[in-house]
Design a protein around this ligand. Sequence first.
Ligand code: 9Z3
Length: 314
Amino acid sequence: MASHWEEFYSTHLPPSDFEDNRKLLKEFCERHNKSNQRIVLVTSGGTTVPLEHNTVRFVDNFSAGTRGAASAEYFLEHGYTVIFLHRVKSLEPFTRHFTGQMFMDMLELNERGPSTTITVKPDCVDIVAPILARYKNAQETGRILYVTFTTVSDYFWLLRAACECLAAFEAKALLYLAAAVSDFYIPSNEMPTHKIQSGAGAPTISLQLVPKMLAPLVSLWVPHAYVVSFKLETDDSILITKARDAMTKYKHKLVIGNILQSRRYRVVFVTPENNYEVILTREQMLNGLELEDSIVDNVIACHSDFLSAVTYKF
Ligand code: 9Z3
């Protein structure tokens, strides 16, 4: 009998641009595997669960994509190659610093003389320049690949494709699964084709459990990689237990627990050996520091220990 996850792939079609993305992932990984660099897959943003095939309505998972986008920047800074698998229109590394009208307000339009020029306002140069420099460096060295998803099904297809390419990196591959992935969905064969009509009365919508992809991911797709998952809760009293349960069940290396309301300044690292908090003080926050800087530092230290242990074994 096919497992729950295998059945999912046999009954849900891949996204329409799947083959293009698979090719991009394959080429990117082959190019970087030659350089012996460490590589990280960062997943980011929330997945949607459509209620209709021709989707007008969907259920969404909460996530702005801040954790993933900020972390991707810090991984690049530490020399990692990055696959940034993110929700369409969620925050992206570098551009996340200029959201809303902020970027427009940093520019000056000079219409004097025959040609129009646009410049960055002098008092904004110090803000834009370092971010632009890091962005240019990542682009010019080709060390980041952006791949997007919308639905939970797209996400699962792309996650598996990315893992298939990352397997060749063995322990040098780090998976940093920060995307907020829906636990529930409507299977394709139970979804109406067209927009649900209000004339038929209030609909009863029945959601089913999604397959737990962490199980095949850890045991089959990237069995030698260092896998980090995030656990999001709203009740602090169950966070560590839930994080530890996930680690015991899927047998990966690290679960980072966070509470919705405090996720910007506190996370808990749950490892096979212990738990410890990584926090950002109020003062650090006021000085513009980000929790992701410390999270990534700690994750890289764990990945380095893992790599040394693996190397030592052989
Ligand atoms: C997280 O817990 C992320 O840290 C957040 C980041 C989504 C809270 P933002 O994007 O928020 O910065 O606004 N991600 C994982 C959430 C998740 O779906 N975890 C699953 C679970 O908790 C397991 S993989 O069961």
